[in-house]
Design a protein around this ligand. Sequence first.
Ligand code: UDP
Length: 402
Amino acid sequence: MRSLEDYYEIVGDMSISNIHKKARKLYGKRILHINSTCQGGGVAGILASLIPLMNDVGIEAGWRILHGNPDFFSITKKFHNALQGEQINLSEIKKRLYIQANELFSLYTHINHNCVLIHDPQPLPLIKFYKKKQPWIWRCHIDLSHPDKEVWDFLKRFILGYDAAILSNEKYKSKHLSIEQKVIHPAIDPLSAKNKQLSESDILKYLKKFKVPTDKPLIVQVSRFDKWKDPLGVIEIFKLVKKEVDCRLVLCGSMAADDPEGWVIYEKVKKEASQFIANKDVIFITSENSILVNALQRSSAVIIQKSIREGFGLTVTEALWKEKPVVAANVGGIPLQIDNGKNGFLLEPLDTKGFTQRIVQILKNPKLAEKMGKRGKQVVKEKFLITRLLSDYLDLLNAVME
Ligand code: UDP
């Protein structure tokens, strides 16, 4: 298991000693994180790294998962879509099933902690089913800049019981929410299997194992098959890029347990890319494998992130950390990470032509790719590593438990 000291070489003494200092008043405090999946998507990845580090600095941090049935996840995915701007039919039955799954969890889960951190909308109503004895914080990881009003008003009733809401971006703060709202940017773990240094032979071993040839430059998008990640848009761009540079596209998207739309979207995208599948110019990967993601990101010529909405975009952070140029949509948390023209290119999400031109430009200009990649790593080192995230959480816990 990693400990904070293992990060010393990356972030230096000051960061490490500051974290220990901030943890002093929190020794022995019991903190509970609750979300709804242990694999797939950014939240599970963050918790898997953050919680052991919290424990390492003297907190007693735990993680519980709200298990739902397929109906529950189909409803919460609709809520997720609505919070990102889509209209849905918010029926009474959806509300009831959503609340019931939370109530059921409360029947077999005791909470005697000093602070409860609820991640995303799935476990939001839990607060209703406990006698509140400690601060409850809602940590929302999704893009809240255009929420559907009806769903937002419904969820707000639960949110109002919380002591604070933590959002990923200043832009997501709401004038219509009267509780305290703070911003904490997500982060990546540079020592996790997904981001650690890999030898050239390991990279090749993984690419071979997952049947990804290396004879052409790779364009890679690592993202769940989700309409907000616009995989169909990626195929459209690939078709145009391919007319100018012979290259290969890899769409790597494991299926998250709390995302029931994945397979349907995957089938649609596969159909759209059918002409490229036989000769492996478009490759789909649906298995969950962190080292493979690492290897793919490290062996790509350019990373694309064509999202239409994006809470933060950890895949962008991961690619920047690996010194890769990223061509991405100017949405959500992506512009916090990419300085247009410096460490990647930002484009409006529907600017297919712009995406195509920038990808071709990078593919034809490896020197530019290298220069951009170096700058990208520096940005992540300064702002988006797990040690900074841990430090922000310690500030938050110190503030709410004072
Ligand atoms: N991810 C993965 N395998 C996949 C697709 C995604 O491990 O096939 C990871 C990805 O590397 C990143 C996270 O899931 O760490 C996605 O986080 P992001 O913020 O980009 O998007 P989210 O899925 O949370 O909307």
